[in-house]
Write a protein that binds this ligand. Structure first.
Ligand code: GLU
Length: 610
């Protein structure tokens, strides 16, 4: 995960590194560090436990001045988040920042210890620094040549930037699994895990490809592929805006992002309705010909995106009659699976950089899928670039680690995609028109929910001293129950589980007592009668019920049963609507518990390690 950045210029680059780290903090925030080569040719380093702010304050007290430097904001994989383990790691005059995992680090570490190297951290990263030093001592050569000998000895998925005080005019960067981008400037160049880190210094970017190693000086960027051949990668001009600005009147980015959902959903469908039909300008006629041949859909995703995929499965099968399977990327990629005839692989990821999902996509290319389609929220993401077809949600930048508007815009886009593919498979035009009509009122219905937040704030009080919460749903609302439980876990640290309500009596009913809240997603649809029986089962065991519904269920508000009324909505888009009160519930519980809502412990926004 973590964010790495490197810079080389004619002026002091410490400020650029720190500003970049702030923008990369969503990728990891347990510790941060920065190293520069000073005017005397020495490596100077500062590291701090905690967020980038702590590092920034340290640099304010102990100024760092240098024209070349590297920095990292960490999400620990190997070794606790301590100052010793924070990056950059140093071997004499060589300094390294690294994103990802070196899988064979134990073997290399043992070898280097035998060669006399002393390790000062528990990280896998430190082996890169010492191995680079060892290779340089053994066979010499330019820093590029040294790194070209080091990289084949490492296995795992990673991105790294390496700097050497003996070669203070060059940075070397290597991509193997984790994203890396080079920012090009005049008499200055930069490297980062994400272009957002660099948008205040350049708008010209080169996206490195798998296996690339680049030599970056002030004047030029030379790139070599994994066979050491010199290669040209396109310089792309991007007009990016970093809208982290202001939380305005909101207390947290997550809260702001929950409230942005009506506009994010509108932006996602805007310009995609044409003559009462759904239309994606990203899809050419040839793309639609490919989609018309689809006989099976395989959705691959992780976390919140996986829940969006689960809802889409109900939609694909019921509306377009195309068989659909959904699988967690980290399972799919290590399982021998049978590829169905004319199967389309759809990958979902907010960042488009989710390591397991990218790996699953790459695997699918070898396995004979008809094609691949990616849905992401970040322009130029690896998933978009590596897929045959790509469509973007238009949620705008999402900063809160717990995903909210990215999820509801994914659902919006998926429903539109179901219609687009369904039409190519003879879905009736009336169904399409009904869905368009429903989608158009969705933002207003969400606004209605956002205006009754007081009721949800009041409910939240009941949860703050609870250890466990159950969420129940049926049909296409079962994944929404899962998403509600995930939100609660992520930001309030309360253990929450979701069950398909019919499963209750197969085990989880044993958990019900007077102390465990049970949140039920109970929209007025064909499964309501079944769900009411499940509610009775909980009630009979003195459970504490919180029923989200839009109809008189026959249950009345009591001490042990609370009914939360939501607006009426077309059944087909009801999963999107029911997500919102569950986000608000989790948010308000976390607020009362005083957790770090935007950057919850142990998590990061873009999951670039497997
Ligand atoms: N594996 C390295 C560490 O634990 C890098 C982790 C990261 O990507 O932040 O320090």
């Amino acid at each position: 995960m973590c964010g790495i950045i490197g810079a080389i210029a004619q002026h002091n680059i410490a400020g650029i590194l720190l500003e970049g780290l702030h923008r990369l903090e969503y990728r990891g925030y347990d510790s941060a560090g920065l190293a520069i080569i000073d005017d005397q040719g020495h490596v100077q380093r500062i590291r701090r436990v905690g967020k980038v702010k702590a590092l920034h304050e340290a640099v304010a007290h102990q100024p760092m001045i240098g024209k070349i430097g590297i920095a990292q904001t960490r999400w620990a994989t190997h070794g606790e988040p301590t100052e010793q383990n924070a990056h950059p790691h140093i071997s004499e005059h060589i300094a390294v920042v690294h994103n990802g995992i070196i899988e064979n680090y134990q073997f290399i570490r043992a070898l280097l210890i035998k060669r006399g190297y002393c390790f000062t951290s528990e990280t896998d990263t430190e082996v890169i620094a010492h191995l680079t030093h060892w290779e340089q001592q053994q066979s010499g050569g330019s820093l590029l040549e040294v790194v070209q000998r080091v990289i084949p000895q490492l296995s795992g998925a990673y991105g790294a930037v390496i700097m050497d005080a003996c070669h203070p005019d060059v940075l070397i960067t290597a991509r193997s699994g984790s994203p890396l981008v080079i920012g090009c400037g005049l008499e200055k160049n930069f490297i980062a895990s994400d272009q957002l880190a660099l948008i205040s210094v350049t708008n010209h970017f080169i996206f490195l490809e798998e296996g690339d190693i680049a030599e970056v000086t002030r004047h030029k960027v030379d790139i070599f592929d994994k066979n050491k051949n010199s290669v040209k990668r396109e310089v792309i001009k991007l007009q990016l805006k970093y809208d982290n600005g202001d939380k305005g009147t909101f207390c947290h980015y997550m809260q702001k992002e929950i409230y942005e959902q009506p506009i994010a959903i509108t932006n996602t469908f805007k310009n995609r309705f044409k003559y009462d039909s759904i239309y994606f300008s990203e899809l050419s006629n040839a793309d639609n010909v490919l989609l018309s041949q689809v006989e099976h859909i395989q959705i691959i995703a992780c976390g919140t995106s996986y829940h969006a995929g689960m809802v889409a499965r109900y939609w694909f099968e019921s509306l377009s009659m195309i068989p659909c399977d959904v699988e967690i990327s980290s399972e799919f990629r290590y399982r021998k699976s049978v590829v169905r005839k004319n199967s389309l692989i759809i990958t979902l990821s907010q960042s488009g950089e989710t390591a397991d999902t990218i790996a699953a996509l790459r695997l699918s290319k070898k396995n004979g899928y008809l094609g691949s389609l990616a849905i992401c929220n970040v322009a130029n993401a690896s998933l978009l670039r590596e897929s045959d077809l790509a469509i973007m949600t238009k949620a705008g930048i999402e900063i809160g680690v717990a995903s909210t508007k990215a999820f509801t815009t994914q659902l919006t886009l998926l429903l539109m995609l179901v219609v687009n593919i369904g039409r190519l498979h003879h879905m009736h035009v009336r169904v399409e028109q009904k869905i368009i009509k429903a989608l158009k009122v969705l933002p207003t219905r969400i606004e209605q929910i956002l205006s009754i937040t007081k009721d949800i704030e009041n409910l939240a009080k009941d949860f703050i001293d609870k250890q466990h919460v159950l969420f129940l749903g049926r049909g296409d609302h079962y994944p929404i129950a899962m998403e509600g439980a995930l939100k609660l876990k992520e930001i309030s640290y309360i253990h929450a589980e979701a069950y398909a309500a019919g499963e209750l009596k197969h085990g989880p009913l044993a958990l019900i007592d007077s102390n465990i809240p049970v949140v039920v997603i109970a929209p007025n649809n064909h499964l309501l009668a079944k769900l009411k029986s499940n509610i009775e089962e909980v009630r009979a065991r003195n459970g504490l019920l919180y029923v989200f519904t839009n109809i008189d269920t026959g249950f009345t508000n009591t001490d042990r049963v609370k009914i939360i009324f939501l607006p009426q909505i077309e059944n087909i888009i009801s999963p999107i609507l029911y997500t919102v009160p569950l986000q608000l519930l989790a948010y308000n519980i976390a607020l009362m518990k005083g957790t770090d809502i935007d950057q919850p412990r142990n998590l990061a926004k873009s999951v670039t390690v497997e």
